[in-house]
Design a protein around this ligand. Structure first.
Ligand SMILES: [Zn+2]
Length: 236
């Protein structure tokens, strides 16, 4: 039985003090509210419709390709600007828009399950905001339920939503953890991301096997024993 639906609407931003810090606990803070970990969006970010954004980006991308010297009348190239623009707005950066936040359903924890739940090996595809090149790897998330449990695939959807933005892996990790805290109403959450960055592998230093691991732990996961149980589970 579904008992709660989580709103995709950002709540009114809480007041900030002069240092820019938001008072209050993590548990009550939406990712859209917390300025330190929110993706850097302008206030007018959603004034243009998706269709208007696609048309604008198509024109700009065509200009980039033309500047590179490409013949934009070529059969194989002429559809690319539109294809890229649609992909940016509707797919790979669709997570910028709160309107695309997934429907989240929570269920009553009737079974009184009080142990850790680990959702491991969630495929992760994001894009580095410094080079607009892919970040790909795996996310592992866990929580210890209290009164409510979440539909398992919703954990994957939350990861996907925040990954579909120009990102840095550190911010992505914290945004996912904070969203789990908000949605589940518990502090006991863990997020571990192991990813490869194409901007490190395919250009610059070209270190093909370099990987980047990031983690965020809250509540009981700050306890070494609980954290080790999680780290063992994601290795299994
Ligand atoms: Zn990069």
């Amino acid at each position: 039985m579904v008992i709660t639906r989580i709103s995709n609407q950002p709540a009114t931003p809480p007041p900030t003090d002069t240092t820019g810090n938001t008072p209050g606990t993590h548990a009550s803070v939406s990712p859209y509210e917390a300025p330190m970990i929110a993706s850097p969006l302008r206030k007018d970010a959603f004034e243009l419709s998706d269709e208007d954004k696609i048309a604008k980006i198509e024109g700009h991308f065509q200009e980039i390709m033309r500047t590179l010297g490409l013949d934009m009348t070529d059969d194989s190239l002429k559809g690319t600007p539109k294809r890229v623009a649609k992909m940016f707005v509707k797919e790979i950066f669709g997570g910028l828009n709160p309107a695309n936040y997934p429907k989240i359903s929570l269920f009553e924890n009737k079974y009184q399950y009080r142990r850790m739940l680990v959702e491991r090996d969630i495929p992760l595809y994001s894009f580095c905001e410094h080079h607009f090149l892919p970040i790909y790897g795996k996310a592992h998330v866990a929580y210890i339920p209290n009164g409510k449990v979440i539909g398992l695939s919703k954990l994957n959807r939350i990861v996907e939503h925040f990954a579909r933005r120009p990102q840095v892996q550190e911010r992505l990790t914290i945004q996912i953890a904070n969203e789990l805290r908000r949605v589940l109403g518990v502090e006991d959450v863990a997020v571990y991301i192991d990813a490869q960055h194409m901007c490190v592998q395919a250009r610059g230093v070209q270190h093909h096997h370099a990987g980047t691991a990031t983690a965020e732990y809250g509540g009981k996961f700050l306890n070494e024993h609980t954290r080790n149980e999680f780290l063992q589970a994601i290795k299994a």
